[in-house]
Design a protein around this ligand. Structure first.
Ligand code: HAM
Length: 424
């Protein structure tokens, strides 16, 4: 026997039955993004490796340990995208979008890749829904992005998600904080892991998101960045909070939201779900402001703010909610005798042209087995087509949820089904 080949580790197949939740979240997000004026951008799944090294940062776990990097046949170093902000910024610069409009709102959905240690809610291929707004340095833009997520979670019916916000300051006040942080870390240098010893020299902020237990304890005792903010950053953060309050959005200030990517300035935030299904992978989304990224990638000096949501995690939560997604067949046509098979096929074809979801079992088989199939697909009605129905043009519509069969003329079947209530 030939040996079976398994799918890549940490990468999931999403089959019918499960995909309906995904489609529901994607549809809901698209509808909401359009209300907020965000247009969809689609970028390649791979990018020049340097794009992520320069934006996400060399000392981050994402770039340092988790990227799928390879050389193409032309000797270029490419990486599967580990996130969507840098590719979107690259496209924004490459197409000189700033010359077409001063304020740009984009969203994207798609697979991202990180070679992570897998567990529930953490995969090597995962999916993000992201939104990025370029061109506004105002706190109102930070708030709009967070409001977008709040409204998405509400529309999806996801409760028990808390919002943590922080400010990482800017190039004026960050160095002073960094100095304080280095002071704290140096006092514990012997206890830090080998990676963090390097980070301490090259990018001390990244010590704060190390996953090693001992480093995390040292990070817990680190000074708060909020105490080091300069006046403009302090005012920006205060204004974000006032505006969030005015919209009735609840949040907590958490000075530990460092985000694990280098490009952030000022506001950062994370949406954290309390549900046990996610285990420790409880962050369903995160983002923040990155006012210097576009310029640092060779683009114009354009401020930006954005968010990335973990679609896999949102779907895990939604599946737990017990809601049903997807649309079952409105009608299942069962064939009573072989002589009716062609007519059943033609009837199904005609009804589908008229916009109805119709199934029949192309294998034929006994009426009993066909009814079993009707039950399995969750059809709202069944109709048995045999010689009597064909010659009389009349049939019985049987509600699968129970109740009396309804007599129907075959010629009026589409109208009747269109008028019928969907299954409860
Ligand atoms: P991030 O926090 O790295 O941010 O990822 C955003 C979200 O993607 C996370 O909150 C999480 O829900 C999900 N996620 C991340 N890694 C995995 C994984 N291995 N498996 C499953 N889900 C995962 C970013 O990527 C930024 N680009 C967000 C952003 C947009 N900031 C500004 N604009």
């Amino acid at each position: 026997m030939s040996q079976k080949i398994a799918g890549p580790k940490g990468m999931n197949d999403i089959l019918p039955g499960e995909v309906e939740v995904w489609q529901h979240v994607e549809r809901t997000a698209r509808e909401l993004f359009s209300r907020f004026g965000y247009g969809e951008v689609r970028t390649p799944t791979v990018e020049d490796t340097a794009l992520f090294v320069r934006s996400v940062g060399e000392e981050t776990d994402i770039v340092g340990k988790e990227m799928y990097t390879f050389e193409d046949k032309g000797g270029r170093s490419l990486s599967l995208r580990p996130e969507g902000t840098a590719p979107a910024a690259r496209a924004y610069i490459e197409h000189s979008v700033v010359n077409q409009e001063p304020l740009t709102r984009w969203f994207y959905m798609g697979p991202m890749f990180r070679y992570e240690r897998m567990k529930t809610g953490r995969y090597r291929q995962f999916h993000q829904i992201g939104a990025e707004a370029y061109g506004s340095k105002e706190p109102a833009q930070d708030v709009e992005i967070m409001d977008l997520v709040v409204q998405l979670l509400q529309t999806l019916g996801l409760k028990d998600v808390s919002l943590n916000i922080n400010s990482l300051g800017d190039e004026t006040c960050r160095p002073a904080y960094q100095e304080k942080l280095v002071g704290h870390l140096r006092a514990h240098v012997d206890e830090l892991c080998a990676d963090c010893k390097v980070r301490l020299e090259r990018n001390p902020l990244r010590v704060l998101d190390c996953k090693v237990e001992r480093c995390q304890q040292i990070a817990l005792a680190a000074p708060s960045i909020l105490e080091s903010l300069c006046e403009p950053c302090r005012e920006h953060f205060a204004s974000v909070q006032r505006k969030m309050g005015a919209l009735g959005i609840k949040f907590e200030i958490n000075h530990r939201i460092m985000r694990g990517l280098d490009y952030y300035t000022r506001t950062t935030f994370e949406f954290i779900a309390a549900h046990p299904v996610l285990g420790t992978a409880s962050t369903v989304g995160g983002g923040g402001r990155y006012d210097k990224l576009v310029k640092s990638l060779g683009g114009p000096d354009v401020p930006a703010v954005g968010v990335g949501l973990g679609l896999d995690r949102l779907c895990l939560l939604l599946r737990e909610s017990g809601q049903r997604f997807g649309q079952p067949a409105q009608l299942f046509i069962a064939v009573a005798d072989e002589g009716s098979a062609d007519e059943a096929l033609a009837l199904a074809s005609r009804l589908r042209r008229e916009g109805l979801r119709v199934e029949l079992d192309t294998r034929g088989g006994s009426l009993k087995s066909q009814m079993k199939r009707a039950d399995k697909v969750g059809a709202t009605y069944t109709l048995v087509l045999g010689e009597l129905e064909r010659t009389s043009g009349q049939a019985q519509l049987k509600p699968m949820a129970g109740g009396e069969p309804v007599p129907v003329k075959l010629a009026e079947l589409a109208q009747t089904l269109h008028a019928a209530k969907p299954a409860a």
